[in-house]
Design a binder for this molecule. Structure first.
Ligand code: FE
Ligand code: FE
Ligand code: MG
Length: 161
């Protein structure tokens, strides 16, 4: 951990690390929800939906890596046990028990909306306080906004079918 890099963080570092770990829990659960959803989903336009779900799964996994890198820079410990995903998550996990495209899209839209709120709160908290984390979160939330929009577009197309 770089001393100067940590010194320029003008906020409680342990509290920030805890919030980044909560986001990390969300990313892993979102990753799995997309990844398994892409494999069980059924219905019309399945092909296009699978491509989108798999792409989003890859993005969520990349976000998890970005969060871990920042947690390590801050001298924190990233979540080491999967059981902590459920303890720390903001947005939870919706099992795709109904494999219809509509149900899976709606579950994932709900997840993205929760993620956007959680990251927007983190943006407000880190603005003017920790610009490095702020920038990382900004990059992530830009993806989440795109994810919500992509899924909503698919759902709108489905409803016009
Ligand atoms: Fe994400
Ligand atoms: Fe997302
Ligand atoms: Mg997309």
């Amino acid at each position: 951990m770089g001393i100067k890099g940590r010194e320029i963080v003008d906020m409680d570092v342990n509290g920030l690390v805890n919030l980044l770990n909560k986001a990390l829990a969300d990313e892993w659960l979102a990753y799995y929800q997309y990844w398994i959803g892409a494999r069980v989903v059924k219905g019309p336009m399945r092909g296009a939906v699978v491509v989108e779900l798999e792409e989003h799964a890859g993005d969520e996994l990349r976000h998890a890596g970005m969060l871990v890198d920042r947690i390590m820079q801050l001298g924190g410990t990233p979540i080491l046990k999967p059981e902590d995903w459920y303890k720390l998550t903001n947005c939870g996990y919706d099992a795709p028990e109904d494999p219809s495209i509509e149900s899976i899209l709606k579950q994932n839209i709900k997840g993205e909306q929760c993620a956007i709120d959680a990251y927007n709160n983190l943006l407000k908290l880190t603005m003017h306080k920790d610009l490095i984390t702020y920038n990382i979160i900004l990059e992530i939330v830009r993806d989440e906004v795109e994810h919500e929009d992509d899924l909503q577009t698919l759902l709108d197309d489905l409803e016009m079918h």
